[in-house]
Design a protein around this ligand. Structure first.
Ligand SMILES: Nc1ncnc2c1ncn2[C@@H]1O[C@H](COP(=O)(O)OP(=O)(O)OP(=O)(O)O)[C@@H](O)[C@H]1O
Ligand SMILES: [Mg+2]
Length: 464
C-alpha cells in the first residue's frame, strides 16, 4: 500500500478509515463523506487523493517524466474557494517534498504534480471553459469538496470523464464527494436512496479528535437558535435540513407581529436608490417597531439628505444610518454638513465578528434572524411586503463563514429589489449600536462598532 511507503503526519480517524475502506472496495464507485462541520472531510479528501495517485504510479511503475499522466481532478464549485480552503488543507497535510503545484498553461490546467510521475488537475466548476475541457478529459478519479454547492449538471460532465486507461487496462474509477448536509442532489443519491455502488459515510465533529475541545460549543453558539441547523452541522442530520437555507422564517415574523419590541433606541434608516429602478427607502425605528416610513423615487443626493435632516429634527435629532455604497456616500457627507449624526453602513465591509461572517451584510441579517428566533423583535406594523422580503434571502457558507444571498441575486430571483428588508435590517443593526447624543459627545476612544471614518468625520465636525 502506498500509505505505508509515504510518511504522512497523523492517522486517519475511525470515520476516515471507514471511508477509505469503502472506497477500496471494487463494488463501490461513489462515496459521500458528508455530515457536520469539522468532521475531517477536506483532510480526508486531500490524503485519499494523494494516496490514490501514489498507488497508480506504483502499480503501473510510472517513471518520472516531463509529460505526466493527469489521472484525476479535484475541486469545488468555485475555483477561488478551492484555492482558499481545500488547497490550503492539502499544503498543510501533504509533505511538500512529495508534490509540486503547477500553474495552468495553454496545454494543461492547474495541477499538482506528484513525484514527477502523475498529476491531479484542480479548480472549479464555475467556468464554462473549464467545464468544456472535461468533455475531452480522461480521468480515473474525481473528488469534490463541499459538493452540496454543485448541481447534478455540474457534476455529470465530470463523471463522463472517468475513462482513463493505462497500458490498456481499466482503472478503479472512483468519485469522492464531501458535503455538509443540504437539500441537494447528494441527499437523493446517497442519503435517502443509496443505489448499489454508492456509499454514504457520515462525518461528525465528535468523530474528529483533532478539533479544538470547545469546537462543539462554538457550533452550538453559532447555530443553537435554529434547531435544524444545529442538527445538521453538529449531528450531521440530513433529514432536518430541508428548506433551512432561508435566513428568517415566516413563523417567527408572525410571532413578532403580535409582540412589543424588546430592543431600545431610535434610529432613522435610509437605503438610497442605487440603480435606475430602485427607490430610496426610509424607516424610523423605535427599537424594532417601525414608527414612520417613506419612499422617494429617483432624487438628487441633496434632496435625500435634506429630507433625512428634516426627519431627524422632527424625531429629537435622532441618529441616522445610511447605506454608504453608491450614492449613499454623498448623502452621508451632506448629512454631516447638516450637523447630523450618521452611522455609515457598508454591507461589504468586514463584520464586527469576522470569524463568523463573510461581511457586514451577513452579520446584520443573521443577527436579526437570531433576535426573531429569541422572541426579541416586536414589529406590530410590519407590512406584507416587508414580511415577504424578509423571508426571501438564503444563507450559505463560504470558507466556513456565513454569507447572505446578495441583493442582486435576490432581485433576479424575485423580480424586484428587496429595499424594504435591507433598510429594516440595517436599521436594527444600527439601533443596537446607536448612542444617545450625550454619550456620543463624551466618547473618548472610538467604539469598535463605529467605522473610524465616521468617527473622524464626527470629531472634525465637533472641533470645527
Ligand atoms: N486524521 C487527521 N489527522 C490530523 N488532523 C486532522 C485529521 N482529520 C482532520 N484533521 C484536522 O481537523 C480539522 C478539521 O478537519 P477538516 O477541515 O478536514 O474538516 P471538514 O469536515 O472539512 O470541515 P468543514 O465542514 O468546516 O469544511 C482540521 O484542522 C484538520 O487538519
Ligand atoms: Mg472542509
Amino acid at each position: 500500500m502506498a500509505k505505508k511507503t509515504v510518511q504522512l503526519q497523523g492517522e486517519y480517524t475511525k470515520r476516515q478509515t471507514q471511508a477509505d475502506i469503502a472506497l477500496a472496495r471494487d463494488d463501490v464507485r461513489r462515496l459521500l463523506y458528508g455530515g457536520a462541520k469539522g468532521g475531517g472531510k477536506s483532510f480526508f479528501l486531500c490524503v485519499w487523493m494523494f494516496c490514490y495517485a501514489w498507488e497508480i504510479a506504483a502499480r503501473f511503475g510510472l517513471k518520472t517524466t516531463k509529460n505526466p499522466l493527469h489521472i484525476g481532478w479535484m475541486g469545488r464549485k468555485q475555483a477561488t474557494d478551492f484555492t482558499a480552503t481545500t488547497l490550503q488543507t492539502w499544503r498543510k497535510t501533504i509533505p511538500e517534498e512529495y508534490y509540486e503545484l503547477k500553474g495552468g498553461t495553454e496545454k494543461d490546467p492547474k495541477h499538482i504534480l506528484i513525484m514527477n510521475r502523475v498529476a491531479i488537475d484542480y479548480g472549479g466548476l464555475d467556468r464554462q471553459e473549464s467545464i468544456n475541457k472535461f468533455n475531452s478529459a480522461e480521468y480515473a478519479v474525481i473528488a469534490l469538496d463541499q459538493a452540496e454547492e454543485t448541481t447534478k449538471d455540474d457534476v455529470s460532465v465530470l463523471q463522463g470523464s472517468l475513462r482513463l486507461t493505462i497500458q490498456g487496462q481499466a482503472l478503479p474509477y472512483k468519485e469522492l464527494y464531501t458535503a455538509n448536509p443540504a437539500a441537494c442532489w447528494l441527499k437523493d443519491e446517497f442519503v435517502t436512496n443509496c443505489p448499489v455502488g454508492n456509499v454514504f459515510v457520515p462525518a461528525l465533529p465528535a468523530d474528529n479528535p483533532y478539533l479544538p475541545d470547545d469546537y462543539e460549543k462554538t457550533l452550538t453558539d453559532a447555530f443553537g437558535y435554529r434547531k435544524e441547523l444545529l442538527e445538521a452541522y453538529l449531528h450531521g442530520n440530513w433529514a432536518s435540513i430541508e428548506g433551512a437555507r432561508q435566513v428568517i422564517l415566516d413563523s417567527l415574523i408572525e410571532r413578532a407581529m403580535k409582540m412589543p419590541t424588546l430592543l431600545g433606541g431610535k434610529v432613522i434608516a435610509c437605503d438610497p436608490a442605487r440603480f435606475g429602478d430602485d427607490k430610496t427607502t426610509i424607516k424610523v425605528l423605535e427599537g424594532s417597531e417601525i414608527i414612520e416610513q417613506s419612499e422617494m423615487g429617483y432624487s438628487r443626493t441633496t434632496d435625500i439628505s435634506d429630507a433625512l435632516t428634516e426627519l431627524s429634527r422632527r424625531h429629537n435629532n435622532c441618529q441616522l444610518v445610511v447605506d454608504e455604497i453608491g450614492v449613499g456616500g454623498g448623502v452621508i457627507d451632506e448629512l454631516h454638513k447638516n450637523g447630523r449624526r450618521v452611522i455609515a453602513f457598508n454591507s461589504s465591509e468586514k463584520a464586527d465578528n469576522p470569524e463568523k461572517f463573510v461581511n457586514k451584510r451577513a452579520e446584520a441579517w443573521w443577527e436579526l434572524a437570531e433576535h426573531f428566533a429569541k422572541g426579541e423583535i416586536g414589529c406590530r406594523n410590519m407590512t406584507k411586503e416587508l414580511r415577504s422580503q424578509l423571508t426571501t434571502p438564503c444563507y450559505d457558507f463560504r470558507n466556513g463563514k456565513i454569507i447572505i444571498e446578495p441583493k442582486e441575486t435576490i432581485k433576479e430571483r424575485i423580480g424586484r429589489s428587496p429595499d424594504d428588508a435591507d433598510c429594516y435590517v440595517m436599521g436594527i443593526w444600527a439601533v443596537k449600536r446607536a448612542r444617545p447624543e450625550m454619550q456620543y459627545a463624551n466618547a473618548g476612544q472610538p467604539s469598535k462598532t463605529y467605522s473610524n471614518n465616521i468617527l473622524t468625520r464626527g470629531l472634525q465636525r465637533r472641533t470645527a
